[in-house]
Design a protein around this ligand. Structure first.
Ligand SMILES: Cc1cc2nc3c(=O)[nH]c(=O)nc-3n(C[C@H](O)[C@H](O)[C@H](O)COP(=O)(O)OP(=O)(O)OC[C@H]3O[C@@H](n4cnc5c(N)ncnc54)[C@H](O)[C@@H]3O)c2cc1C
Length: 431
């Protein structure tokens, strides 16, 4: 295998080889709403952790606004946090295990959930652009060990480059004599930024090429020139650390360029000739990752719905449980319908991504858009069902509502999802 082969290509090669050998074809996995025993077992296992460990700690870590290291460690000890667990979830040929795991974990609590799953953003970037050697070297370091867990951080956004990724100003200059890359710039809102062992930084190697001139770099643990900037105080997801990251003449070995120099040079040459197909590839990568984010939002929405349903049976006004009023019962019925609809979109897109189907209608974006908006809406409805109690920090739906809001903003805002979907269905250059 060529050194410049990406890990994703290696996985595709392995899948192709397996098909030829008659040992399996991911593309044939049938979409089936009857979950396998494996999927049910994993769901039950994650649910147990979410219910027994995550949920009871949610309020405390939300108030502390700190990374819940003891809980990350618990997750690592049982194999929920770590490369092997992630690989096991990802290997499911139907693609449904990743959303199932995320929904259960975020049902427990989204802030703690993001502290556990935030590392996967960095891992996904290494996986999608790195070589097998880079994958083997850096992914275990993102997680650390159960005794001494680490986190990873994916740093793309900048103060002036959020939705518009092409506006990234962070530069990467190659120092040929030293075989080192020199990174300079400022990253914004990075989950685990500054506290991570491994940072994956997206930087521009050629500003004139816009996003086609971008490349991903691994900044190894303890590298000089990478500093955490301001830690962001947030509306929700407060147990998850978010911060600016400053890169000041940050020197990293040449081998830290994801995918390798040869591959980058080829890609830049194609981009300069105007024949690059990178835009399509990047689009497909996003479509594949979006259902996982959507499933987190479904988990929050379901948690709020279940809490509100139970509450409505307990709380009495005018001599009867409030659930006996149509106004309340219909709200709960609508919540259930919307949450199940969102989950179905998430599962469809996850299955499509895993089995290599084309996202002709941007089905990945559809799933993330729907799930994010349902989470915001359903958690707000849950507050209404709880009345005054719903508005207080004594009851969890207030926190769930704050946590849900980020799902219409990060990983592509709702407006950007609508842009992607409308372009896909119309073929028009909608602005
Ligand atoms: C808690 C949190 C965690 C995050 N984690 C990470 C991380 O780990 N790594 C990382 O790189 N980034 C991260 N981000 C950044 C996040 O991805 C960005 O905030 C997001 O992409 C939106 O960018 P922006 O905030 O600059 O909004 P802007 O792009 O300024 O958008 C502002 C508004 O304008 C709208 N808008 C913009 N362009 C258009 C358009 N063309 N058409 C219609 N409407 C438009 C948007 O939809 C939005 O409503 C995180 C952010 C938060 C808050």
């Amino acid at each position: 295998m060529e050194a410049s082969t990406t890990a994703q290509e290696a996985a595709a090669e392995a899948a192709a080889a397996a098909t030829q050998n008659g040992t399996g074809d991911q593309g044939d996995a049938v979409f089936n709403l009857e979950l396998s025993q494996d999927q049910k077992d994993i769901r039950e296992w994650v649910h147990g952790f979410a219910e027994g460990v995550v949920r009871p700690a949610a309020h405390e870590w939300d108030e502390r606004e700190e990374t819940p290291w003891p809980i990350i460690q618990e997750a690592a000890k049982i194999g929920l946090y770590g490369f092997e667990g992630l690989a096991q979830f990802w290997m499911d040929p139907t693609g449904l295990t990743m959303p199932i795991v995320n929904e259960e974990l975020f049902w427990g609590d989204a802030g703690i959930g993001m502290s556990i799953m935030g590392t996967t953003l960095a891992v996904a970037a290494i996986y999608s652009s790195g070589t097998p050697d880079q994958l083997a070297e850096w992914v275990p370091q993102c997680f650390g060990t159960p005794e001494d867990p680490n986190v990873g951080s994916f740093c793309s956004s900048e103060p002036d480059a959020g939705s518009d990724v092409s506006a990234i100003r962070t530069t990467a200059r190659y120092d040929e004599a030293a075989d080192e890359w020199v990174l300079n710039g400022q990253k914004a809102w990075a989950t685990n930024g500054g506290i991570a062992a491994v940072h994956v930084v997206i930087a521009s190697v050629d500003r004139e090429l816009g996003s086609r001139g971008h490349a991903g770099f691994v900044v190894p643990p303890g590298t000089k020139g990478l500093e955490q900037g301001a830690k962001v105080k947030k509306h929700g997801l407060r147990a998850s650390h978010t911060a600016d990251v400053h890169l000041d003449d940050c020197r990293i070995p040449g081998s830290c360029l994801l995918g390798g120099k040869e591959k980058l040079d080829e890609r830049l040459a194609r981009a300069r000739e105007g024949t690059s197909s990178r835009g399509q590839a990047a689009m497909k990568t996003f479509e594949v990752s979006r259902p996982t984010v959507g499933s987190q939002a479904v988990g929050i929405a379901r948690a709020a719905y279940e809490y509100a349903l139970d509450y409505s049976k307990e709380r009495s006004q005018f001599g009867r449980p409030i659930v006996e009023n149509q106004a309340i019962a219909f709200a709960l019925a609508d919540m259930k319908v919307e949450i199940d609809a969102a989950r179905l979109l998430v599962w469809r897109a996850a299955w499509m991504g895993r089995t290599g189907k084309d996202f002709d209608n941007a089905e990945g974006s559809m799933s993330k858009l729907k799930a994010g908006e349902v989470a915001v809406w359903a958690t707000e409805r849950a507050i209404q069902v709880l009345g005054g109690n719903g508005y207080t920090r004594e009851f969890p739906v207030e926190r769930m509502h704050r946590d849900a809001k980020i799902y219409t903003i990060f990983e592509g805002t709702s407006e950007i999802q609508r842009l992607v979907i409308s372009r896909a269905i119309s073929g028009a250059r909608i602005k």
